[in-house]
Design a protein around this ligand. Structure first.
Ligand code: NAP
Ligand code: F7E
Length: 334
């Protein structure tokens, strides 16, 4: 069988690491674009034991020359655009950076792909944040968008540009409209991992309090390991298209917390403090995805329940905290 080549932007992020693992298992030659940072960005690839198996290229989504170079060096026939300033909360503090990376970055990559190999297949990491102030109780591919953050607005630009390049140039370009997905590799600024890390620290007697914002918000949470399979499946279809990827169940932050605390026999009410500092200028109150099209057309469905996901995350954090493993805590604003 001939070797297939894949290029992943954002390979050092949560999804990038799981996708790289999946593609390596399928026999791909996996290349990843890595933006230079002063911190240890390769920890996720190390945790999965694949850091030596992927080929990393220095570059940045805002630097077109590095994207052209990456397309040439990798000879990619599948391109997964996962890189982004992906934290919604930070997007109000850095709206221009978010627009440059999360929005225009997709344009830079689509152009690089068009120049170097217009036959390559392209995946854009779109998001349920584009639904924002929801226009339907269950959001599907046909639900109108109404983003509620600079992040959501930037992602909407990238989403429509992907659709436009498909229609304008006939590119095999697909968007996955992914609802929240989490894992032990989730960044500490996101609420699930913030909670599971705190639960581990409280259980081990290192702290007693967890400060959170709006715990009435509801999210449709799945496991990142399941969701990267959907990305790959989209690029295996004869025809490019857009798909909602979700579980079809929505849960409050409060209930997710309760699941995490009760996993180690604690009561969340004894530890959670509501702190206005973690409220957002505009909130997405509820998200609930309809994954019916993905199920019917690409045969994808979520396999992991929220209870299994949170248990997996709490156990991983108990292990890390017990081992005194360093983390990126110092970088957090959340
Ligand atoms: P993540 O963990 O925050 O990873 C983002 C990746 O982008 C990291 O590898 C980061 O590198 C890289 N990056 C940031 N700025 C860059 C730049 N200027 N140039 C090149 N690389 C850059 O995000 P994730 O959870 O894996 O999500 C993957 C993608 O899916 C993102 O586009 C996100 O917006 C989107 N998405 C996520 C979810 C979700 O629930 N997880 C849902 C829908 C859509 P560093 O680590 O060096 O910063
Ligand atoms: O917030 C509430 C917060 O930061 C979830 C990204 O991957 O998914 C993610 O975006 C909810 C919000 O994720 C805290 O207000 C309460 O309602 O974990 P989050 P997000 O904003 O939904 C989408 C699909 C993406 O595309 C994004 O890239 O939890 N919340 N208290 C809190 N959130 C945080 N972070 N911290 C708190 O203390």
């Amino acid at each position: 069988m001939t070797t297939r080549y894949a290029l992943i932007t954002g390979i050092t992020g949560q999804d990038g690491a799981y996708l790289a693992q999946l593609l390596l298992q399928k026999g791909y030659d996996v290349w990843g674009l890595v933006a230079r940072r002063s911190t240890d960005t390769l920890w996720r690839l190390r945790e999965l034991g694949i850091d030596a198996d992927v080929r990393l290229i220095d570059g940045d989504l805002t630097d077109s020359s590095s994207l052209i170079r990456s397309m040439q060096a990798s000879r990619a026939d599948e391109v997964y655009n996962l890189a982004a300033q992906s934290f919604v909360g930070a997007s109000w503090n850095q709206p221009l950076l978010t627009a440059q990376v999360t929005g225009l970055g997709a344009a830079n990559l689509l152009e690089a792909m068009r120049m170097v190999n217009s036959q390559a297949r392209f995946y854009q990491a779109s998001t349920s944040e584009m639904f924002g102030l929801i226009q339907a109780e269950k959001q599907s591919e046909t639900t109108p968008f109404y983003p509620r953050s600079p992040y959501g607005v930037a992602k909407l630009y990238a989403h429509w540009l992907t659709v436009n390049y498909r229609e304008s140039y006939g590119l095999h370009a697909s968007s996955g409209i992914l609802f929240n997905h989490e894992s032990p590799l989730r960044g500490l600024e996101f609420v699930t991992r913030k909670v599971t890390d705190a639960v581990a620290r409280i259980k081990l007697g290192l702290t007693s309090e967890l400060r959170l914002g709006n715990i009435d918000a509801k999210r449709d949470w799945g496991f990142a390991g399941d969701y990267v399979e959907a990305m790959w499946l989209m690029l295996q279809q004869d025809t490019p298209d857009d798909y909602v990827i979700a579980t079809g169940r929505t849960t409050t932050v409060r209930e997710m917390c309760r699941i995490a605390f009760s996993h180690v026999g604690l009561n969340m009410e004894d530890h959670v403090v509501i702190d206005p500092a973690f409220f957002r200028p505009a909130e997405v109150d509820v998200l609930l995805g309809d994954p019916g099209k993905a199920r019917a057309q690409i045969g994808w469905e979520a396999k992991t329940s929220l209870e299994q996901l949170i248990a997996m995350m709490v156990e991983a954090d108990l292990r890390r905290v017990s081992n005194g493993q360093p983390d990126a805590r110092a970088r957090l604003a959340a």
